[in-house]
Design a binder for this molecule. Structure first.
Ligand code: GDP
Ligand code: IMO
Ligand code: MG
Length: 431
């Protein structure tokens, strides 16, 4: 048995979806444990491209069990839009392939309204959220007024909880944020209908997961977002509202932390960020533009263009420490083909001080300059390379240097978006 975590080691969009889909071949169960449909994962299989948001990327395989764990926030409307989309693409999404935790919190219409109104109220200090209601839903969870999936499918409980929430939220929306009141009856009618469709998928997923583990199955936990969007360790407040790091796996799926066997950090060969917040190695110039165009760095969920920059080893080293990474999957290496020289940030220079570790204070971070090391680039097309040995010498030197800086082996290298464009150096399930 392996209980294996796939995590974003940067600011999200590292290629977690592609890697989850690839590694799902060897797993029987694929689990989302945090976040919601703020995530956007593009997965290419053969000629087809799939866009996933809330449903685990294991869904593209037949006969795998996919779990939406209790730590996820579930927008039922978004869920069924995604199920309908997948079914239209020929991917079956039945309750035998997908189950949803009865303890997961439900994203309600007022969460989406609040997300947008609060962003507007923040003015120039907005976070740049995806507007999917993620933050307000987690706020209610921790404030203890949230509606869980088990509440939604119990008509009497739902009616009561919805009433309380609508009354309270409308006061806040209208009187404080200047928005429009939401209608209880309309939402009730719509969500009771959604609840009926949701019911067959709902289970105590912690019990099911434990059973699967006892049967020695390989379990793959699919992270959403990334290290520096983690609510505790990220560039707060420019973060998402969940623990994106490995510590979120246990609380977000209902297993004990001792059951997690390994963690693979997904890192791009460069860095991107979408939304606001600090980004030390950002290239607001033609090099950044070049990476954006070559890497098609535009968001899957919001369509926003992603900010691009050089690889930041301080960030990925931070991810290695806080996640206990056992492997790195090095993604989008093909995008760097053609650069004469590649820069790697090895530390930050902050006044007279050299920082090796990512600071908590954004004010301090703002005063930091990246310390760069220059590596020679390569020009050969690597998108068809299947064996590590066949990569250009300079690409291998780049990877070796990254391994030295991070202290974790690069066991997988991705040279294109397709499932087939993956170089495996070591079976990560064997570790
Ligand atoms: P996720 O949110 O971490 O799953 O990542 P996204 O799917 O949002 O963004 C990664 C993008 O890179 C997607 O468009 C993928 O199809 C693409 N991609 C993944 N791996 C590679 C790769 O090795 N090379 C190239 N060129 N594209 C890749
Ligand atoms: P995947 O799984 C990149 C960012 C948003 C914003 C911040 C807070 O595709 O890697 P939220 O809506 O979560 O409250 O927004 O987090 N963000 C992501 N950035 N990839 C994601 O997911 C993200 N999910 C949220 O842009 O800056
Ligand atoms: Mg993404």
């Amino acid at each position: 048995m392996s209980a294996f975590v796939v995590l974003g080691a940067q600011w999200g969009d590292e290629g977690k979806g592609k890697m989850t889909d690839y590694l799902a071949e060897e797993a029987e169960v694929i689990v989302r444990f945090q976040g919601g449909n703020n995530a956007g994962h593009t997965v290419e299989v053969g000629e087809k491209q799939y866009k996933l948001h809330l449903i685990p990327s294991g869904i593209l395989h037949d006969n795998k069990l996919n779990i939406i764990g209790n730590g996820v926030v579930v927008d039922p409307k978004a869920l069924f839009t995604e199920i309908d989309y997948l079914e239209a693409e020929g991917v079956k999404v039945t309750p035998s392939k997908l189950i949803i935790s009865d303890r997961a919190h439900v994203i309600m219409p007022y969460h989406k309204v609040l997300d947008k109104l609060k962003e507007k109220a923040r003015g120039k200090n907005d976070i740049g959220t995806t507007g999917k209601g993620i933050g307000p839903c987690y706020t209610d969870k921790f404030e203890r007024s949230g509606i869980r999936v088990c509440d939604l499918i119990d008509e009497e409980v739902f009616k009561e909880k919805l009433k309380e929430n609508i009354e309270f939220k409308n006061k806040y929306i209208v009187n404080v944020l200047g928005g429009e009141a939401l209608n209880y009856d309309e939402i009730l009618k719509e969500y009771l209908k959604l609840a009926e469709r949701l019911r067959p998928y709902v289970q105590d997923t912690s019990v099911r997961l434990y059973d699967e583990i006892k049967q020695d199955k390989n379990i793959l936990f699919e992270g959403a977002q990334g290290m520096l969007l983690d609510i505790d360790y990220g560039t707060y407040p420019y973060v998402t509202s969940s623990n994106t790091t490995a510590c979120g796996v246990a609380s977000g799926s209902g297993i004990g932390p001792t059951m997690i066997t390994n963690a693979v950090g997904i890192a791009k060969a460069y860095t991107t960020r979408v939304g606001k917040g600090p980004f030390p190695t950002e290239l607001d110039n033609e090099i950044g533009e070049w990476i954006r165009e070559k890497g098609h760095e535009y968001g899957v969920t919001t369509g926003r263009s992603r900010r691009c920059g050089w690889f930041d080893a301080v960030v990925v080293k931070y991810a290695a420490r806080t996640n206990g990474l056992t492997s790195i999957a090095f993604m989008l290496l093909d995008v760097l083909t053609g650069f004469e020289e590649i820069q790697v940030c090895t530390a930050y220079k902050c006044g007279d001080e050299i920082l090796e570790n990512f600071p908590a204070s954004l004010e301090q971070l703002a005063k930091c300059e990246p310390v760069y090391e220059t590596m020679p680039g390569w020009t050969e097309d690597i998108t068809k390379v299947e064996k590590y040995e066949d990569l250009p010498e300079n690409a291998k030197k780049y990877i070796t240097r990254i391994e030295e800086l991070i202290g974790v082996n690069v066991d997988l290298v991705s040279v294109g978006p397709n499932r087939a464009q993956t170089i495996i150096r070591k079976n990560v399930f064997d570790k």
